[in-house]
Design a protein around this ligand. Structure first.
Ligand code: SAM
Length: 350
């Protein structure tokens, strides 16, 4: 699965256990789905999952992993299409020029293949689900040969070892069952009439914008050629498309709007102790809407960038990281919060 800051990879079993402990829960909205890891865990456990995110790359992942039923996919046809795409000769296009020559995110030979494959996907007669599966294969393949610490605000000074490997186009492992993918601002998403048994909220917790940190994935799946700025060669619209959740002055209002309007019986909310809001403020907000609130604190290693060190835009190491662990708060709000909390706390200490 793709490298992603704030991915809840390690928390998935705990979150699935928690949602499973809520009596009668069947439908779940993952409002900030990112990599879709949590949504995938829930789908695999049999929940009817709706995965939403503002990022276009995330909507593509959600279409492939959540909305697509693996049993309805013509795997052999897709394997053949992927093999054709993988065999295309490289093309020196936007990705090669912007991300391999003006920057060093991928070795040029891989950049040229990414250019050829992303253009090739657009020429195929495929369903939206098949397009998403092939795009996901491209994102995963590109991620395996990048030269970053997992964020696209800088590339490494020296090429990573993995960047020398040839890009491989492997189809993602899909899950049986249907689900739903949405590509909306969370505040618009919660205005929809659809009602869920549980809403899982994992919003950005500080000023670091996902749109900027993953600008290459956004450009790959959009297939556009925006003008780029700075050493990181970010898309021009990174300057203007910051999410409200990344702006200190707007973030509380945005979270409040989502919590007060989300149409769900229970909310499970993840937040970091390094974020904009205090534990007490979040608890009060959830209590205002849902009454009962319980909290589990999970200790987790900080993201890989923090473990590798602090780097400047040229990928040079410039400072020391103050600490290597953070606390993830998991709030549970709604009528059955207390019972689910005990279940999760028991499972976590086991
Ligand atoms: C902490 S990450 C979620 C990680 C996810 N749970 C996972 O395990 O991969 C926060 C996500 O919120 C998305 N996001 C930021 N602002 C948003 C908004 N206004 N509406 C919906 N999604 C938003 C980002 O694109 C990012 O994927």
């Amino acid at each position: 699965m793709i490298k992603y800051l704030g991915s809840k990879r390690r928390l998935v079993p705990h979150l699935v256990a928690l949602v499973s402990a809520l009596p009668g829960a069947r439908t779940v909205l993952d409002l900030f789905t990112g990599t879709t890891r949590v949504a995938q865990g829930l789908k695999a456990a049999g929940f009817d999952v709706t995965a939403n995110d503002l990022a276009t790359y995330s909507a593509v992942l959600a279409e492939a992993y959540i909305a697509t039923d693996a049993l309805g996919v013509q795997r052999a046809r897709l394997e053949a299409l992927a093999a054709e795409l993988a065999a295309l000769p490289g093309v020196r296009g936007y990705v090669t020029r912007t991300f391999c020559e003006e920057a060093r995110y991928f070795q040029p030979a891989n950049g040229m293949r990414i250019d050829a494959i992303r253009a090739g996907i657009e020429t195929l007669e495929v369903t939206p689900s098949e397009r998403a599966i092939l795009m996901t294969a491209l994102l995963l393949g590109a991620d395996r040969v990048d030269s970053t610490t997992g964020l696209q605000m800088a590339y490494l000074k020296e090429w990573s070892t993995r960047s020398a490997k040839p890009l491989e186009l492997r189809l993602p492992e899909l899950l049986p069952g249907t689900g739903h993918a949405l590509h909306l601002d969370a505040r618009a998403c919660v205005q929809r009439p659809a009602r869920y048994d549980v809403a899982y909220l994992d919003p950005p917790y500080n000023q670091h914008s996902y749109y900027s940190n993953y600008h290459i994935w956004e450009t790959l799946v959009r297939g556009d050629t925006p003008s780029a700025y700075g050493i990181a060669r970010k898309r021009e619209d990174c300057r203007t498309s910051k999410s409200a959740f990344n702006v200190r002055k707007e973030a509380w209002g945005a979270l409040r709007e989502v919590v007060l309007n989300v149409n769900a019986r229970h909310v499970v909310l993840s937040f970091s102790n390094e974020g904009f809001f205090t534990e007490a403020a979040i608890s009060r907000l959830l209590a205002e809407r849902f009454g009962t609130v319980a909290l589990v604190r999970l200790d987790s290693p900080r993201y890989v960038g923090a473990r590798i060190g602090i780097h400047n835009l040229r990928g040079e190491r410039v400072g020391k990281v103050s600490h290597l662990r953070n606390i993830e708060w998991v709030f549970i709000a709604g009528p059955d919060a207390a019972g689910a909390h005990d279940e999760m706390a028991r499972e976590h200490s086991a």
